[in-house]
Design a protein around this ligand. Structure first.
Ligand SMILES: Cc1cc2nc3c(=O)[nH]c(=O)nc-3n(C[C@H](O)[C@H](O)[C@H](O)COP(=O)(O)O)c2cc1C
Length: 345
């Protein structure tokens, strides 16, 4: 692989290394984002998708979707919407809340988002997308980006015209989740189609889908020629992956990440407790654990134990019990450290 591009520039914002956190509902909240910053290697963070319709009524100090810790920079805010009238108020208020990038969701296949006209449903109406993007651009002083899938079926001309239209209307970067709308996560992503998009437009193009290792990152860059990589599920399975890719693919001078899984899980719980009201913690811990438990051959036991817990404290105790049995050395090292350091750090 030739030396990959080291940065993506969006106006005055320089994203380096060009490693992007994917927006993920229920996962990319302030606790996970802070954990990722602590582990290093992320170039641009993201919120989960935010409803443009309700954003203007939200209080960023209180809203669990908008809360943000001091280290969470730079941060992209992703919106989903289905009506042109929703654009200006949402984009205006997000900039007031300190959004450094605003991203429009044009790919989400989830029925509840489609029902409201958003995500992939919106992208099925290119004329409306054109007006939405133009309107967003008019009200947006920060970089404006779009995240798409490949569409309903493989159709080069349609996809090319769609991407060029996005750029003509002022989008500064396109992220391509390299799957068709109906394709499940189990299907191999079509990274070569990211390369097609890259050849059609003059703005940075980011490849997304199926990156779980340094080897995947290298292969995806080689196949797609993308300007950067966006990582979703692996951020919750192996939150240290950004640091590994930053070091090994982008030669960022980071120390090798200290991978103590029990300590990382415990730190995530600490952040949940610090950032969220009690009734908001357990659901988020369960969601994270669905992914983090994939680190272990017997991870389904950890997943079930946490899913069946009634409190965060119970879930953490059960997870630690699992670690003691399945990750004994790391668990012992964590106990050693927590005797001479505050709060298990
Ligand atoms: C739990 C979950 C929630 C997601 N929520 C969003 C979202 O809010 N907005 C969005 O554009 N994509 C969303 N996605 C899709 C991801 O951003 C990403 O495109 C997809 O997971 C593929 O990347 P990956 O293979 O690295 O996970 C979500 C995916 C998952 C697994």
């Amino acid at each position: 692989m030739s030396r990959p591009q080291q940065e993506v520039r969006l106006g005055d914002l320089v994203i380096t290394p060009p490693l992007f956190l994917a927006p993920m509902a229920g996962l990319t909240h302030t606790a996970l984002r802070t954990l990722l910053v602590e582990l290093g290697g992320v170039g641009l963070l993201s919120t989960e998708m935010l409803s443009a319709r309700t954003l203007p009524q939200e209080n960023p100090q209180i809203s669990p979707y908008l809360k943000r810790g001091p280290v969470e920079h730079p941060l992209s805010h992703q919106i989903f919407l289905g009506q042109i009238e929703e654009v200006a108020p949402a984009v205006t208020v997000l900039q007031r809340f300190g959004a450094e990038v605003i991203d429009i969701n044009l790919g989400c296949p989830a029925p509840n988002v489609r029902k409201r006209g958003g995500g992939s449903r919106l992208s099925e109406q290119p004329d409306l997308v054109r007006r939405v993007v133009a309107e967003a651009r008019r009200h947006c002083a920060v970089p404006l980006t779009a995240k798409i899938r490949l569409g309903e079926d493989l159709h080069e001309e349609r996809l090319r015209d769609f991407c060029r239209m996005l750029v003509d209307e002022g989008v500064d970067m396109i992220t391509v989740h390299a799957r068709l709308r109906r394709e499940p996560f189990g299907r191999a992503p079509r990274w070569d189609w990211v390369g097609k998009v890259k050849a059609w437009v003059g703005v940075p193009v980011i490849a997304n889908g199926g990156i779980f290792s340094v080897a995947d990152a290298r292969k995806c860059l080689t196949v797609s020629g993308a300007d950067g990589l966006m990582i979703g599920r692996a951020a919750a399975i192996t939150p240290w992956l950004f640091a590994e890719i930053a070091r090994e693919v982008y030669n960022v001078p980071l120390p090798p990440p200290q991978i103590n899984r029990p300590a990382i899980y415990q730190r995530f719980v600490e952040l949940l407790i610090e950032r969220f009201a009690p009734e908001r913690r357990l659901g988020r811990l369960k969601e994270f654990t669905l992914y983090f438990s994939k680190n272990y051959a017997f991870g389904h036991n950890m997943k079930t134990a946490v899913q069946n817990s009634d409190t965060v404290e119970e879930a953490l105790a059960r997870a630690m019990d699992f670690f003691a049995r399945h990750d004994a050395d790391a668990h012992a090292a964590l106990l050693d450290r927590s005797t001479d350091m505050p709060a298990g750090r």
